[in-house]
Design a protein around this ligand. Structure first.
Ligand code: UD1
Length: 368
């Protein structure tokens, strides 16, 4: 029986951990899972809603670190996670994704000699100004097992000198959640509530510091949205960081006065999936949404200059458009004319069975 602590911290972690914990509960003779929530995200719509929608069990331990500078947040997770590890003595800890909680928890594990696996390993944007890139690089250097979503991630790890025996190509665990929840999400009343049931619309998400913490960049993006909005209304669930930035830079009124741009509060997993799965177009700077839209065949414009998920561009429906308003608008109109999704494919192993492969790899590793 393997005792495994599954660490979650921020919104994009929840849909990666849910299928793993569920599979561990199903394989109860092999696994005893615990869930530790660092509390990096704490608002009910950023956290609780996801536990409910994805049926994640109540965390066994909540570290309640909350917001803070990167140093404060990372240090708080480390300080509070260490006694949990000493007390629980797990066989393995699993960390997912690239948020501050991921690196902090992994670092505590290696220092105490507890084996740690990193799910979604090997992704690289090659942009070291992104906090997530630093978290990814360092977590992959120290973790014992690296679960990768696609072959390009293995290549990145090889190029950094990481030995083959630490890598396991397992596919994309977030897609397990997507397939498990899609039917339920389609029942969501979100489009009815928003009054867009019979209408074409786009969906926008925006939260990267490089986009929202800079008023000039944010203004350029809003300019592009205003242009696209003349042809396609856009629903915009607003991340707390972005909400603050829009208020601080005085952009709220400008958006509110535009009838085609509709700001709403962040949505839970099912409502959000219910919304974007029927969208004509998605505009985003999120990582996960680039992958989810690829699987669903929805055109995605990524408002960044680089991506750690190039496979979504090569095989899928993703186009990198940066933050130049003309480029964003012309890509949007090209997408609306249907030129993005021709010949797209779902990447290998993004099939809904990744959690199972992760568990098999853990069992096999223990046998050796
Ligand atoms: C974090 C992750 C990012 C991920 C994103 C998804 C890091 C470095 N960044 O960014 O990779 O894509 O989550 O959302 O780990 N806030 C709230 N309520 C909350 C959480 C945050 O109001 O529940 C506000 C706080 O003002 C906080 C700010 O949002 O200071 C930023 O939160 P933080 O967790 O530091 O980073 P995110 O921008 O959410």
């Amino acid at each position: 029986m393997l005792k495994v602590i599954n660490v979650v911290g921020a919104r994009p972690n929840f849909m990666k951990v849910a299928p793993i914990v569920e599979e561990m509960k199903r394989r109860e003779h092999e696994f005893a899972p615990l869930v530790v929530h660092t509390g990096q995200h704490y608002d009910s719509m950023m956290s609780d809603a996801f536990f409910r929608d994805l049926d994640i069990p109540e965390p066994n331990v909540h570290l309640e670190v909350g917001s803070g500078s990167h140093a404060v947040q990372t240090a708080a997770v480390m300080e509070r996670f260490e006694p949990v590890l000493l007390r629980e003595k797990p066989d393995w800890v699993l960390v997912v994704g690239d948020v501050n909680s991921t690196l902090a928890a992994a670092l505590v594990c290696v220092k105490l000699g507890v084996k740690v696996g990193h799910v979604e390993a090997g992704l690289r944007s090659r942009d070291r100004t992104m906090p997530e890139e630093i978290n990814r690089l360092l977590t992959d250097q120290i973790a014992d097992l690296l679960f990768t979503p696609s072959e390009d991630a293995n290549e990145n790890l090889r190029a950094e000198g990481i030995p083959e025996e630490r890598m396991r190509l397992v596919g994309n665990v977030m897609i397990d959640s997507l397939f498990q929840q899609l039917a339920r999400a389609k029942e969501s009343s979100v489009r009815q509530v928003l009054g867009i049931n019979d209408q074409e619309y786009g969906v926008l998400t925006l939260h990267r510091p490089s986009n929202v913490d800079n008023p000039d960049t944010l203004a350029r993006i809003i300019g592009a949205l205003e242009e696209i909005g003349e042809s396609l209304p856009i629903v915009f669930p607003v991340h707390p960081r972005t909400r603050k930035a829009l208020a601080e830079f005085g952009f709220e009124k400008r958006i509110q006065s535009n009838r085609s741009l509709r700001m709403i509060d962040p949505l839970g997993y099912l409502d959000f999936l219910g919304l974007y799965s029927r969208a004509r177009l998605v505009l985003t700077d999120s990582g996960g949404l680039q992958e989810e839209t690829t699987v669903l065949g929805i055109p995605c414009l990524t408002l960044r200059d680089n991506t750690e998920r190039p496979i979504t561009v090569e095989m899928g429906t993703n186009t990198m458009v940066g933050t130049d308003p003309d480029k964003i608008a012309s890509a949007a109109f090209a997408a609306l004319n249907g030129s993005i999704i021709e010949g797209r494919r779902i990447p290998p192993l993004w099939d809904g069975n990744t959690a199972d492969r992760i568990l098999d790899a853990l069992v096999e590793k223990e046998r050796k």
